[in-house]
Design a protein around this ligand. Structure first.
Ligand SMILES: Nc1ncnc2c1ncn2[C@@H]1O[C@H](COP(=O)(O)OP(=O)(O)OP(=O)(O)O)[C@@H](O)[C@H]1O
Length: 295
C-alpha cells in the first residue's frame, strides 16, 4: 500500500493545493493509495508510527515542509518502510538536500518508483533529525520563525524561504553570545563568545543556507559549524556567504565532524532539530548510521 501523510497547513496552504494536484494524478493513473491528514503539530509522528506497524506498506509519502518530513521520519524510524516526500513547505531543505524535484509530479514519480536507500539520522533527546540541528542564535531564530506572522505573508508571496532571513535580523540585536564547552567523539574543546552551533546531516537549513557545505547524509558522521568570536556587524556581513557555503573560510568559523557530541554552555542555548524546538543545552547528539530508509 502507498500511504500519504498530508499537512494541508504547510506552506500556508500549499500542502492542500499540492495534495489536490497529486490526488488528481493518482486517480488519472489508477494508483491505489491511502491518505491521512494531519490535524495538529506532532500528529504526523503518531500517524506514521501506526502505519509502520501495519503489514504491506510500501512507502509513506509526506506532503508538507521540513516539519512534516521531520515528524514522518520520527514515526518511521526503526521500520524498513521508506519515506518519500513531495515538498509543499516554506523552506523545503530536505528536498533541496536530497534532490527531490520541486515539481509535484516529478517528486511523486521519485517517491513511487525511485530507488530505496538508507540514510544516517541524528538523535537528540528522544527525537531524531534528518536535516540539521542548531543551538543558540539558531534555536532562537527557529523559535521566532515558527511563531512569526510574517511567515504567512511571505509564503503567500512565494517568498517563504526568506522567513528565516527576516527572523535573523529580529534576533540579531537582542542575542548574547555565550561560553561553550563541547565533547566531540571523546575530545573536549572550549569556545568563547559562541553565537551558534549547527550540526548538519545535509548541507542545507533555514531555507537554502548551506551551513555545512560538506555534510553528506550517508557518510556515517555529522558536520558541525561553530560561529564564535565575531561582532554583530561582521555576522551580518557573513550571512550572504552562508547561502554559498563560503562562510566556512572565515576565521570566526570552526568546522568539525563526529559521531557523538555533547554541548554545555554558560547560558542555556535553545536547540532546534529540523526547525522544531527540541530542548536546550546541555544536550547530546548521536549519529545513527543508516537509521532511516528513504526513496
Ligand atoms: N493541521 C495542522 N494545523 C496546524 N499545524 C499543523 C497541522 N498539521 C501539522 N502541523 C504543524 O505544522 C508545522 C509546519 O509544517 P511544515 O514544517 O511541514 O511546513 P512549513 O513550516 O510551511 O515548511 P518548512 O518547515 O519547510 O519551512 C509542523 O510543525 C507541524 O507539526
Amino acid at each position: 500500500m502507498i500511504w500519504f501523510i498530508v499537512n494541508r497547513a504547510s506552506g500556508n496552504g500549499k500542502g492542500h493545493k499540492v495534495w489536490k494536484y497529486v490526488e488528481r494524478l493518482l486517480i488519472e493513473k489508477n494508483i491505489k493509495y491511502q491518505v491521512a491528514f494531519t490535524e495538529r503539530p506532532r500528529h504526523a509522528i503518531e500517524i506514521a508510527k501506526s502505519i509502520s506497524k501495519q503489514n504491506g506498506t510500501n512507502v509513506v509519502i509526506a506532503i508538507g515542509g521540513d516539519g512534516t518530513v521531520h515528524e514522518v521520519a520520527n514515526g518511521l524510524v526503526g521500520s524498513e518502510i521508506p519515506l518519500g516526500s513531495i515538498p509543499a513547505g516554506s523552506g523545503n531543505d530536505f528536498a533541496r538536500g536530497l534532490q527531490v524535484p520541486k515539481q509535484s509530479n516529478k517528486a511523486l514519480e521519485k517517491a513511487l518508483y525511485g530507488k530505496k536507500r538508507k540514510i544516517d539520522i541524528v538523535s537528540i533527546n528522544d527525537e531524531v533529525f534528518i536535516n540539521a540541528a542548531g543551538m543558540g542564535f539558531d534555536g532562537q531564530v527557529a523559535k521566532v520563525t515558527n511563531q512569526a506572522k510574517y511567515k504567512k505573508w511571505l509564503n503567500h508571496l512565494g517568498l517563504g524561504k526568506f522567513c528565516y532571513v527576516v527572523s535573523f535580523f529580529k534576533v540579531l540585536f537582542l542575542y548574547r553570545a555565550t561560553e561553550v564547552s563541547i565533547v566531540i567523539d571523546d575530545k573536549e574543546q572550549t569556545f568563547s563568545d559562541v553565537w551558534l552551533i549547527a550540526v548538519a546531516n545535509i548541507p542545507f537549513y533555514g531555507g537554502g543556507m548551506m551551513i555545512c557545505p560538506n555534510a553528506k547524509c550517508d557518510d556515517g558522521v555529522f558536520d558541525v559549524c561553530i560561529v564564535h568570536g565575531i561582532s554583530r556587524w561582521k555576522l551580518v556581513k557573513l550571512l550572504p556567504r552562508v547561502f554559498r557555503g563560503t562562510h566556512i573560510f572565515n576565521r570566526a568559523i570552526t568546522t568539525l565532524t563526529g559521531k557523538q557530541l555533547t554541548i554545555m554552555s554558560t547560558s542555556p542555548m535553545i536547540t532546534h532539530g529540523d526547525g522544531e524546538i527540541v530542548g536546550e543545552t546541555p544536550i547530546q547528539l548521536t549519529i545513527k548510521k543508516e537509521g532511516l530508509y528513504i526513496v
